[in-house]
Write a protein that binds this ligand. Sequence first.
Ligand code: 26V
Length: 840
Amino acid sequence: MNPQTLKKSEAASSNHHADIQQLIRQYGCGPVPITGVEHAFYDRHIVFDNVMSPNAVGARERFEAAARSIRDILSQRWIATEETYQREDAKRVYYLSMEFLIGRSLINNITNLLLAQLIPKFAERKDLDWHELLEEEPDAGLGNGGLGRLAACFLDSMATMQIPAMGYGLRYEYGIFKQIIQDGWQKEQPDNWLRRGDPWEVARPHEKVEVSLNCSFEVCGGSLRAVPGKESRLIGVPYDRPIVGFGGKTINTLRLWEAAAHDYFNFEEFSGGDFVGAVAETLEAESLTRVLYPDDSTSKGQGLRFVQEYFLVACSLADLIRRFRQSNDDWNLLPEKAAIQLNDTHPTMSVLELMRILLDDAELSWEKAWDLTQRTLGYTNHTLLPEALEKWPVEWFRALLPRHLEIIYEINGRLLIDVRTRYPGDEEKVQRISLIEEGETQHVRMANLAIVGSHCTNGVAAIHSRLLRTHTVKDLAEMFPERFSNKTNGVTQRRWLQMCNPTLSKLITDAIGDSWVTDLSELEKLRPLAEDRGMQDEFRHAKRCAKVAFADWLHRTTGEVVDPDSIFDCQIKRIHEYKRQLLNALRVLILYRRLRENPTLEMAPRTFFFSGKAAPAYRLAKVIIKFINNLAGTIDGDPLMRGRMKVLFLPDYCVSQAERLIPASDVSNQISTAGFEASGTSNMKFMMNGALTLGTRDGATIEMAEAAGEENFFLFGLTAEQVADSRSYYNPYWHYEHEKETRDALDMIFTNQLSCYEPGAFSPIRDALLSRGDYYMHLADLGSYLEADLLVRELYADPHAWARKALLNVASSGKFSSDRTIAEYAADIWKVEPCPVTFD
Ligand code: 26V
């Protein structure tokens, strides 16, 4: 589409308005006051989409009209982007992920279209309550946590860097559950985010694909179940969402698949006369993409999840192969035209599906098909936790995807010949490398399949990639060392600094210019300014603005009062034993006990924020939430603590909440047991917003401290090596017996002083920390955590020294932009180049 067409269609649209006015008059409704560009831009959506008068509508309609108006602005660029890629026959990246944790899009799209100054002014002229309007947009919560949010940051970076890329995922009707807290306990409620439709998505039913399965579906005890043996065909209907690159030059696509039942030509014949039964079956099949799995800690017993994963893979590969075949008749070109990235093992059936297509549809030889498959696929690992590594029962493959199981056996047969040739006589190695795990029942090891079937495997931070190679998949890494690399995660500074922290952004831009928005390494220029007292004061002012804004929001929406002059100390992430929210809670409890015992103790006022969701079936994680809430209640109820310390568990952690709290934070807690957090990404968001990190040497926190200098971090605790080395003799009782503060705090918990209304509620905590051996070694790190905490408080007492370190942290955060991460993926794994949008 060329600019002329743009002008033509603008003209067409004003003619169109005249036509509509004419028609309306003709039908006797009288003239409608739709005139001028502004009205055509916004009001027409209210009038023609809702058939309502602009002053009669509510905030939701105003949000929809605003979103639709922004979509109007980007539509032609969106078309032009796709046309450019086709014309140039560009190599494309396909990012396959079961999760995209998008959050809100309106303000993000406005930011990236460079309209952030203009649109709020427009809203003011029209007397719109802009903030109220923005709050109407539900978060698109199509993910659990870090892995899904990383996928969303990557899409932003790829569009900004003009990389021809497409995200493929599932259009869950229900995203991650809404968390409410009742009597301190987490309760889940469905997140029906699509109830009122979504103004960003475009359904493309004409691009539907068909998926054949050797199963059908039934609702059983309220949940959907796959019924093996009865063949069914599902339709995948794509819904496209625009991904606006910064500057609005490139608009890439996130394509989400919805499951629909086949619109059988002869429904009557298909149903064998059972019309009602057939309609019910249709509904059941359509339930496949109803809901996101909310458990990111175990992959056990989720039959439907298995089918969801295959559905994502089958739809996405059919779609991208169709696109490839439109401009290529030589299958050999596939790796030159497509780079498919597997976001964790969840889309690993891509190895099997691509082999099936190349063998059965393209009729290539095994060797040819295997070479093309490997060269097209890349795999990113996101966890070392054994219980989160996916292993699917062989029986499920046999029942639902028998052809794919044949392919697994063939891959494995050839792989094991290779292993036996290289390591003769080492049958234990053969067992460890095999795609099939033996045992009572056989399982397919999806990580092994992903490594064997792709040309690149990467971890998400240096320490994680090292542990992956040297421990988790040691044998495979020794066999294929050239396949392994590291790509340290990053986050998009457009959402996580520019958009969510306007005051600090302005301070930075006033100081060093605005090129940091697309090149975060520019923040280095702040380093010398960190020494400047004026700059330190301005930083403190920016931080205070963000804290006041947060406190106001919190008060408005919950009635809670927090003091912006207290230290904001945060731990916000999924609730998991390895992330050690319990360690943080023990720290708070000990500080509380110190203050109570010695009320004259000097300690700066402090607010401890916790937020995060527990997997609904993760019992201990839910007990941890209850514990934090009871601790908060106890401290709140103690008049001695007023104005000195406060604990808050903020319900329903989500992207939008993180955007509000991170800019307001002083202290970022990143306290996982070393060796367990693959990377972490909120750690980076806190750093670029000028919070200081109180953390262990784990994940990307290690690289962050390297970049800023350890003297600007508060690191504590055992290293990953020390954790591994001391595990065999570690004894939590030793700490209980020898450390008085630890013992007193634990006794307070064990004697129901924090659970007097529900005695015994916290006995699972006792079990975890003492009787079951404290696998995550909380007690080993508690002492050094408290020592580091003292240093935090000492530094805070000197506001300028604090601001200096915070500024040095901001200045050192450049490496942690997802732009840098994507540049590395593009150069090392995908071999793709930018493809700027042009008009023919
Ligand atoms: C795992 C599972 C397991 C079974 C079924 C459902 C399900 C859904 C999600 C997951 C994801 C676990 C992996 C994960 O989220 N890893 C996180 O990835 C972040 C981005 O790389 C990284 O920063 C975090 O450290 C890592 O925990």
